[in-house]
Design a protein around this ligand. Structure first.
Ligand SMILES: [Zn+2]
Length: 155
């Protein structure tokens, strides 16, 4: 694992995905570049975001992180996971049992903010991420629309 890797960034990426999916029903990000200083994530997304959208999404991510949600992992049979998640990007070599990472308690009445198959390292509670800062975003009409979001974290 590279020393550029930061579990706080990875958990923040999952929280951002969870918020975007909840708000817009878009698919999960298809490409991520997680770095200690600044990260970028790409979503298939049909339109650009206004500055107001961006700050409202960032506020929502920060509200969720500040709730100090637990970050937990459970194993799930691949067959079971295939009913809930898009596994098309997952290599066959991932095996028959997948690790599902949850942001927020999946057994709570509201459910988890985010759930996805993931082998990466995460923090244990979302408040460890600090403050989510939206750096910039750009939207391109290629492939039905691609939204790239850059963000960083402040302690
Ligand atoms: Zn992940």
């Amino acid at each position: 694992m590279s020393k550029e890797y930061d579990p706080r960034m990875h958990t923040a990426e999952h929280a951002l995905s969870g918020v975007l999916i909840r708000r817009y029903g878009c698919p999960r990000c298809f490409s991520t570049h997680i770095n200690a200083n600044k990260s970028k994530v790409d979503f298939h997304f049909p339109h650009d975001l206004s500055p107001e959208d961006a700050s409202s999404i960032a506020d929502e991510v920060n509200r969720e992180l500040a709730r100090d949600l637990p970050v937990t992992a459970r194993n799930m049979a691949r067959e079971e996971a295939a009913k809930m998640f898009n596994l098309s990007r997952l290599p066959e070599s991932a095996g028959d049992t997948l690790r599902i990472v949850y942001i927020g308690d999946p057994d709570s009445p509201e459910g988890a903010l985010d759930a996805c198959p993931c082998i990466g390292e995460h923090v244990a509670h979302t408040a460890e991420c600090g403050k989510f800062v939206w750096v910039s975003h750009e939207w391109k009409p290629d492939d039905g629309g691609v939204l790239r979001i850059r963000f960083k974290l402040e302690r």
